[in-house]
Design a protein around this ligand. Structure first.
Ligand SMILES: [Zn+2]
Ligand SMILES: [Zn+2]
Length: 149
């Protein structure tokens, strides 16, 4: 989906819920929805500042909460002590690799995981619904000593 359309969907959501469509909210939504990364609240605030926008931390938090609530953004907890957020694209299921040195997040899909987790669930008498996996490690760039991009 076009990122612009998604921002428009957020505007609609705000209007439908009688919430003011402020510039700040739209700016925050744009940063998150147009990103292909997994941003923390701090990252979002930094991105906003870089593009010349300003929003208080409380507004950033509140807006992200709304974006998650309306289903446009997905919350991720990689056990780092803070949450990350990514646009809810049309990808049904993907997993993450997290670099413990530079914090880079890489996505991957592997259907073998679907099969093995189904098997594990069945072994324990479960009907598998979903799973979550984060692989912690050191990315190729960090291992080769190159600065993170
Ligand atoms: Zn790295
Ligand atoms: Zn992801």
């Amino acid at each position: 989906m076009d990122p612009g359309d998604v921002v428009e969907r957020f505007r609609e959501y705000l209007r439908d819920h009688n919430l003011p469509v402020t510039h700040q909210r739209v700016d925050i939504a744009r940063v998150l929805l147009q990103s292909d990364r997994h941003l923390s609240v701090e990252d979002v605030t930094r991105e906003l500042r870089r593009s010349g926008h300003r929003a208080g931390l409380a507004t950033v938090y509140r807006t992200i909460e709304l974006l998650v609530k309306c289903g446009l953004v997905v919350e991720r907890d990689f056990g780092e002590g803070f949450k990350r957020f990514e646009p809810a694209r049309d990808i049904p299921q993907h997993e993450h690799l997290l670099c413990t040195t530079c914090g880079r997040v890489t996505e991957f899909r592997d259907e073998r995981l679907e099969r093995i987790t189904t098997l594990v669930a069945e072994t324990h008498g479960y009907l598998r619904q979903r799973h979550r996996l984060v692989i912690h490690g050191v990315c190729a760039a960090c291992r080769s000593g190159a600065p993170p991009s």
